[in-house]
Design a protein around this ligand. Structure first.
Ligand code: AMP
Length: 131
C-alpha cells in the first residue's frame, strides 16, 4: 500500500470507511457517538485495538484542523475509556498515531493504535543516528 498523504481529500472507499459502513467485517470492541474500535487484523501486542473517529478525517492533521471541539473531545475520551474498560491503565499501555509517509500511515482514515498486554520497550530505535 502507498503511504498516505495526510492532506489528501477523504476517500470514501478506504478500508476503515468500509468497516464503519458495515461493508467489511471486523471484531468490534467499542462504539459510541464519536468513535468505533476494533481489533487490528495483524496485532503486534496481546491487545492491539484501532480506534477511529466516526467522522471522515484522513489524518491527525486533518482532524486537528477541521474537527469541531466536541468531536475531538468525544474521540479522545473514547480512547481513554476503551483503555480503562480493557484494564490497561494500571499495567500501562501505548497509543500511537502514524501520520503520512515518515509516520508510516497506510490507511487514510484517522486511527489510533491502542497497544497493551506486553512491555512495549523503547519508543523508537535507539540506534538511530542523524544523517
Ligand atoms: P497505519 O500504518 O497506522 O495506517 O496502520 C494501519 C493498521 O491497519 C495496520 O496495523 C493494519 O494491520 C491494520 N488493518 C489493515 N486492514 C485491516 C482490517 N481489515 N481490519 C483490521 N485492521 C486492519
Amino acid at each position: 500500500m502507498n503511504p498516505v498523504d495526510p492532506k489528501a481529500p477523504y476517500d470514501d472507499s478506504n478500508i476503515f470507511a468500509r468497516i464503519l459502513r458495515g461493508e467489511l467485517p471486523c471484531t468490534k470492541v467499542y462504539e459510541d457517538e464519536w468513535a468505533f474500535a476494533f481489533h487490528d487484523i495483524a496485532p503486534v501486542a496481546e491487545i492491539h485495538v484501532l480506534v477511529v473517529p466516526k467522522g471522515k478525517y484522513v489524518s491527525w492533521d486533518d482532524f486537528s484542523v477541521h474537527a469541531p471541539a466536541e468531536e475531538i473531545a468525544g474521540f479522545v475520551r473514547a480512547v481513554g475509556r476503551i483503555a480503562r474498560e480493557m484494564d490497561l491503565v494500571e499495567p500501562g499501555y501505548r497509543i500511537i498515531n502514524n501520520i503520512g509517509p515518515n509516520g508510516g500511515q497506510i490507511v487514510p482514515h484517522l486511527h489510533v493504535h491502542l497497544l497493551g498486554g506486553r512491555v512495549m520497550g523503547p519508543m523508537l530505535d535507539r540506534n538511530w543516528q542523524p544523517a
